[in-house]
Ligand binder design. Structure first.
Ligand code: TPP
Ligand code: MG
Length: 320
């Protein structure tokens, strides 16, 4: 991979990290002001997955996201202004302020939306992958989902049909070890979700989801298979979220466990790697971080100064 691409991947990781930090801050104050409604699920700690996956995709490939989807949208090329506007329920947001944090959507960049229904994205991804096969395009679909979603019926039904029809689909399980406050070990009968692939006759991988280049390489290989009609792959990425499930649910996990995982920070790990291999300099790091911060400041101004959806237009949309 060339230097520019590696630096771009680091920049995208910063974008996600800093965006989520800003969104968290705005959410906490905005809820008090009453202009930031619904739940907010932070992706901090899981950045390497979205970035590694999307770096292996083309712009016209499809991505199906989850309730924790800001990082997926940013990595697929989403505009921070429109994401933050959507979080504020503004007309300029990706879903014209009708969807909020869990319903970012943009067909132009193949981003087929988040979903408030755990496991709800899996059959949608099957449909998208089927459409590519039926229309004989070589677009692939990536479906993100969590460890909790991996025990929904939709997971098993989707893997079965995707394997049977050899759909161009990559299932990416973000195993952050918890579904809300329930540890995966209390709900999943085997240690590795990736091993479930063998029951459906497709390749299954279990990888360190905090290693962005490993994620990239693994997905790249799966994309190659999918594009030439060899069918789906299941990739389980082990990771951890740093924040509570969302900001209306108190933290229940042990402090030491959270601190241990913070030592495996995917962002600083990649930054250190690129610095160590002299692919970037300290000066590059400062510049990249500064530029991303500026972009986020602009996004905040844009979101705050954008109008709310127009009531008359909304009435027209729903026919009243
Ligand atoms: C069908 C359904 N059941 C339950 C919920 C409530 N719920 C929201 S997020 C969540 C946990 C999801 O865990 P996981 O799939 O591991 O994703 P993570 O939040 O860890 O990223 C649950 C149970 C829901 N939204 N939809
Ligand atoms: Mg989880």
């Amino acid at each position: 991979m060339n230097k520019e691409k590696l630096a771009k991947m680091l920049r995208t990781m910063y974008k996600i990290r800093f965006f989520e930090e800003r969104a968290k801050k705005l959410y906490k104050s905005g809820r008090m002001e009453g202009n930031f409604l619904g739940a907010l699920h932070s992706y901090i700690g899981e950045e390497a997955i979205a970035v590694g996956v999307c770096a292996a995709l083309r712009r016209d490939d499809y991505v199906v996201s989850t309730h924790r989807g800001h990082g997926h949208c940013i990595a697929k090329g989403g505009d921070l202004k429109r994401i933050l506007a959507e979080l504020h329920g503004k007309e300029t947001g990706y879903s014209h302020g009708r969807g909020g944090s869990m319903h970012l959507f943009d067909l132009e960049m193949g981003f087929l939306g988040g979903n408030g229904i755990v496991g709800g994205g899996l059959p949608i991804a099957v449909g998208a992958a089927f459409s590519s096969q039926y229309k004989e395009t070589d677009r692939v679909t990536v479906c993100f989902f969590g460890d909790g979603a991996a025990s929904q019926g939709t997971f098993h039904e989707s893997l079965n049909i995707a394997s049977l029809w050899k759909l161009p689909l990559i299932f990416v399980c973000e195993n952050n070890q918890y579904a809300v406050t329930t540890p995966a070990s209390e709900t999943i009968s085997i240690p590795d979700i990736g091993d479930r692939a063998f029951a459906y006759g497709i390749p299954g991988k279990v990888i360190d989801g905090n290693d962005v280049l490993l994620v990239y390489d693994t997905v790249f290989e799966a994309v190659d298979r999918a594009r030439v009609g060899e069918g789906p792959t299941l990739i389980e990425c082990k990771t951890y979220r740093w924040d509570p499930h969302c900001f209306v649910i108190p933290e229940t996990r042990a402090k030491e466990e959270i601190e241990d995982w913070k030592k495996k920070d995917p962002v600083s790990r990649f930054e250190k790697k690129l610095l160590g291999e002299k692919i970037i300099t300290d000066e590059d790091v400062r510049t990249l971080r500064f530029k991303v911060m500026k972009e986020i400041d602009k996004a905040e101004d844009f979101a705050k100064n954008s109008p709310y959806p127009f009531v008359e237009e909304f009435k027209e949309t729903i026919g009243i």
